[in-house]
Design a protein around this ligand. Sequence first.
Ligand SMILES: [Fe+2]
Length: 506
Amino acid sequence: MAGKDVLKELSTMLSQARILLAADVDAKLVNEIDVNTLVTRLIESHKSDSGISIADRNEISKILEEISKEKTPMPVEVIRQSGFKPSAADVDAFYRISNKERLTAEGNVNDFVDYFKNRFEKIRRIIEERRMTALLSQSISTTKGYTSGREVTIVGMVTSKINTKKGNLMVVIEDETSDLKVIFMNGTSQQSKNLYEAGKRLINDEVVAIKGKLSNQFLMASEILWPDVPIKEPKKVTDDVAIAFMSDIHVGSKQFMEKNFSKMLKWLNGESRMDGEGLAGKIKYIVMAGDVADGVGIYPEQEYELAVPDIFLQYKILFNFIEMIPDYIHVFVMPGNHDAVGRAEPQPILGEELVKDFKLDNVHVVTNPANLNLHGLDVLAYHGTSLDSMIRAIPDVSYATPEKAMVEILKRRHLSPIYGGNVIVPSKEDQLVIDKVPDILHMGHIHKNGITEYHGVKIVNSGTWQGLTNFQARSGHIPTPCILPVYEAMNDRFTSISFENGEAWK
Ligand SMILES: [Fe+2]
């Protein structure tokens, strides 16, 4: 943008904040500057002024000088060891990105109806494919005419779950025709106990099939059939390449563990004696599953926990770090609930204003969630904001074991089953249904590492690069910062490398 246009844009943006430009500010002074950063700084320094205030040449020059000094923050000095011969550099990358584009909705009550209808249909189809269709009853309304004692299997969406006065569990399910009360008896036999415990795991808005016997207007449950995933054989990958998983880097937070992150970047560059087995040199892909920056105004009083209160600068610093990653490694950067793209999911890619200075062929911004295919492996990456509501709703999952909550998500074939736990854009298609079973399911958000396998699907929560925050200290969540999970595709093996020794960025 030419200086004249920048000046015009600057004055328009500032006038909205009741700041006027002095006459000595000319187009030459603001030629080729980052308008957003300058405006953010000016608003910050004028925030205590009441009424209209004026920004003059002197003030703007000082701020521009400060910004230009900050543009190259804390460079990581990378000296590759002479013996470092990364094998991944000799292997061609093969990747495909399937972003979850937002399907715009009208913003009225019909959107919710369409959204839930679509979720119901998609998951019913999954259940039908997984189970024998003939077993499933047609709809809830058709069962209303059946006599008591008849056995049925009904697909429905859970709308509520309560304990009855007699100590049993009553779950209401509905489909597009009607609703039905399902009873889980709290009996004495082991079978009854197991079924009652399984009923307690049902959560609002999930779609399941329930088998049972009709009894007046109730269904006495005998089995729950979750959509679930079939057992998968591991895919064969012939190249000896690896994928590293990261999330919750939180650049900009005082607790971002910058020294450890730098240490990891040096390791990727072969500048470390830690890499006895050549693992660093095998890494061909890095997936960053959200909360890459700490953001601004994400929670009350966040400003006291920020080392960098400028959102644009947070991303500049992040991408300066990303530039240190060797260029044969492809990096996929996804937003999370802290990132500057709005909270509603699916979240779009990081905006042009945040990434424009960093056009690197090996760095790809992706949506949250996104389906990636890396060297033939299907990786479903999602920040994991829904894990909070899953942990609250299901009896034996906790913040200490995010991988267990991820298994529950997989079984339900939906990335965010409980509606309202996190912000979702209701659109004609429910983009958070897990249509295709991935080889690897990757999430973050909980700041706790966890790896497991379920029916052949690898599950990885990649922890964090942020130390203990005041919020976590208050809520008793203990993070596991600076542990990098790496998956070797050919050997079908995870290794977690700790870069824990270091200090937080203060
Ligand atoms: Fe986070």
